[in-house]
Design a protein around this ligand. Structure first.
Ligand code: HEC
Length: 249
């Protein structure tokens, strides 16, 4: 019996390692799927700034609305812009993939499962680290995705971000490639302060984390209930076992 218990213990060891993620991106965030206000704001930002190019094919407006606690009429009025789309439709885009690839040089991928592919730290860092680069066709580059084909669509909110050299010695010329000259700083303010912008990007990334695993919201609330049930049922089963075996011993 002891041996089996040990075996069980060792079988559980890999589970503890699963929580750790390896990443070398500059920013990190922890999704909070309980924070409905953040998720709602994230969805609002998504439909306003991202859904024009990136579909969420495995997510329906109606599912998101019910998970995030938003009434149907509010969603229909404020979050569904295309007249072709209905409340029960998937969050699709009007653009053809081929056209998009021609226009941008790379097709904007569907983002439903992107959080699982890249992780939320990566997406968060990606959205925060666009910077001005006149050599790129879009006028911007990105710290975690070099030569990215996506324009910085959040620029009206963030403002113009540039690489600067905080170190005075390097201020003049030949700063290119210098490690100390890669600090990103907003040089022309947008509608939001840097803190507000970070919060907005947090909400957006949080929403993408939810979209990647919509059932997690339910699983989180269901989990404790199931454990309580198993515990109560365990007690009953144990008492029953004692009752059955009493006459035999
Ligand atoms: C004008 C169209 C357009 C809009 C709007 C847009 N994107 Fe993109 N996005 C692209 C394109 C094109 C790519 C592909 C870039 C590449 O492969 O070089 C991309 C790539 C991405 C990627 C990286 C995909 C990868 O390869 O890992 C993420 C994440 C992303 N976009 C998120 C967003 C978010 C979040 C928004 C809304 C704030 C947004 N995008 C708005 C066009 C767009």
């Amino acid at each position: 019996m002891k041996k089996q218990l040990f075996a069980l213990l060792f079988a559980l060891v890999p589970l503890t390692g699963m929580a750790a993620t390896s990443s070398d991106v500059p920013y990190s965030m922890t999704p909070d799927l309980e924070d409905k206000a953040s998720l709602q704001n994230g969805m609002k930002l998504y439909v306003n700034y991202c859904l024009g190019c990136h579909s969420l094919e495995y997510q329906r407006f109606s599912r998101a609305a019910s998970d995030l606690g938003m009434p149907q009429d509010l969603v229909e009025e404020n979050l569904i812009f295309s007249s072709d789309l209905l409340f029960n439709d998937q969050m699709e885009i009007a653009m053809e993939e081929e056209d998009a690839a021609n226009w941008f040089g790379a097709a904007p991928p569907d983002l439903t499962l992107h959080n699982r592919l890249r992780g939320s730290d990566w997406i968060y860092s990606y959205l925060l680290t666009f910077y001005k680069d006149d050599e790129q066709p879009t006028g911007v580059n990105n710290k975690v995705f070099d030569m990215v084909a996506m324009p910085n669509v959040l620029e009206p909110l963030q403002g113009v971000q540039e690489k600067v050299c905080p170190d005075a010695e390097h201020q003049n010329g030949e700063a290119e490639g210098d490690a100390s000259c890669s600090v990103l700083q907003v040089t022309e303010p947008g509608q939001m302060s840097p803190d507000e912008f970070e919060e907005a990007v947090y909400d957006l990334t949080n929403f993408l984390a939810y979209v990647g695993e919509p059932s997690k919201l339910q699983a989180n609330t269901l989990g404790p209930k199931v454990l309580i049930f198993i515990f109560i049922f365990g007690v009953i089963a144990y008492l029953l076992k004692r009752e059955y075996w009493r006459d035999i011993h």
